[in-house]
Design a binder for this molecule. Structure first.
Ligand SMILES: [Zn+2]
Length: 415
């Protein structure tokens, strides 16, 4: 039986609420892992008799120990990048000027659709492996990955097959999402593409169990409330629940619909109304805030109001929204922006990136907090105060990442 003892952590952050802390910080506690499970959390004095010759002991004095992060909203599988576009946008004023400076035929989603169509299965698989490796080195042990740069049948399915192969070959836990409703095929037109997705692609994805969830972008400029609802209801016929992109650019009632349809989560929320905040707070649906997207896209300063949503009782999760327009891997950057721009304290940020993110994926029975019986997904940071992740933004404090009871990242030799 493989055993690891994490000994005498300065801060053992369980993310289980206690009287003094929203994230249950235990001082000088130890944690014993047996196989892939957290077996015991106690003082070293009470655990030391369980240590045998096969137990690996990790000294965590002066360190912070936390659950692995869960990233509940990413578009991690895509072809190429949008580096030229990102840089061109710094000075360009409109999309024609961006295209000219960037030397690109298309910008935005259209650019990534053509690059994803060109990349092929192997190209998508290899580049995704690199991104997942970067994520786990930053403490992200579980990730939701969407399709959505095929906007057809074949490339959407290829993307989901890439995600399936990744699930089988990487340590990270992966949740696969079919995001056919990220855009529509311009030649087909929106109505015909929506019908095609509903009649041909979604049933294929469902029957072949290629996705755990579905996703659609519900806004006044893309899919309507009625279309979103029909798409979600169809997915449920195949046993898939949903997450949606909504209330990013308009307040057409995406959150209200998400709550009524009892879906797992809704992301963006820049335009959520007070009435919808109330509805969301009284539901099981999780609100996902995407700080680096709000930073990159700006929305004329209209940020998702994390502070207000938490104060009114919404379960708020954080995500990187890793995608070609917003290449974010660092939880430190997300957490600092969540703090300084969205009003979320470091403890609310940590909870948003662990337990609340697990709730957004309905994985919270096994993941998202350090509790006896849960999966041993753990990160050990070389800092005595976890709030340094916000204060010293951009630093990667990780010594070790443990996934399902195995040390998969060891950075102690990098120092
Ligand atoms: Zn997204």
């Amino acid at each position: 039986m493989a055993k690891i003892l994490i000994k005498n952590a300065n801060e053992l952050i369980t993310v289980k609420e206690t009287e003094d802390s929203k994230i249950g910080i235990l001082k000088d506690y130890s944690l014993l892992i047996e196989d892939d499970i957290i077996k015991k959390i106690d003082t070293y004095e009470n655990l030391k008799d369980l240590v045998d010759n096969d137990t690996k002991v990790v000294d965590a004095q002066g360190k912070a120990v936390l659950p692995g992060f869960l990233d509940p909203h990413t578009h991690l599988v895509f072809g190429g990048d949008r580096l030229e576009e990102y840089v061109a946008k710094i000075t360009a004023k409109d999309s024609d000027e961006i295209k000219k400076i960037a030397g690109e035929e298309n910008v935005g989603i259209a650019s990534s659709i053509s690059k994803t169509r060109e990349a092929g299965f192997d190209g998508l698989y290899e580049s995704s492996l690199e991104k997942l490796s970067e994520q786990i080195k930053n403490g992200i042990t579980t990730v939701e990955i969407k399709s959505g740069y095929g906007i057809d049948r074949d490339v959407e399915i290829t993307t989901l097959e890439v995600i399936k192969k990744l699930k089988e070959n990487v340590p990270n836990t992966i949740v696969a999402t079919y995001l056919g409703g990220h855009d529509y095929d311009r030649e087909m037109g929106k109505d015909a593409y929506f019908k095609f997705m509903m009649d041909e692609v979604l049933p294929y994805v469902g029957e072949n169990k290629l996705a755990d969830l579905v996703d659609i972008w519900v806004e006044d400029s893309i899919y309507s409330i009625e279309e979103g609802k029909a798409y979600i209801q169809k997915a449920k016929e195949y046993g898939m629940n949903a997450t949606i992109h909504g209330d990013e650019l308009s307040d057409i009632g995406a959150t209200k619909m998400a709550v009524e349809e009892e879906i797992y989560s809704i992301a963006h929320l820049n335009f959520i109304t007070d009435e919808e905040v109330e509805l969301l707070a009284n539901s099981e649906t999780v609100g996902i805030v995407l700080p680096t997207t709000d930073y990159v896209k700006d929305y004329d300063g209209r940020l998702a109001d994390g502070r207000k949503m938490i104060d009114r009782g919404v379960t708020v999760a954080l995500a990187t929204n890793l995608n070609p327009g917003n290449w974010t891997v660092s939880p430190s950057i997300v957490l600092d922006m969540a703090a300084k721009r969205h009003g979320m304290t470091p403890e609310e940020g940590i909870k948003g990136f662990t337990l609340n993110a697990a709730k957004a994926l309905r994985l919270d029975k096994e993941y998202g907090s350090l509790e006896e019986g849960k999966k041993a997904d753990i990160q050990i940071w070389d800092t005595d105060d976890y709030r340094n992740i916000v204060y010293r933004h951009g630093v990667n404090f990780i010594d070790y990442v443990i996934k399902h009871g195995e040390i998969v990242v060891d950075r102690t030799n990098c120092k």
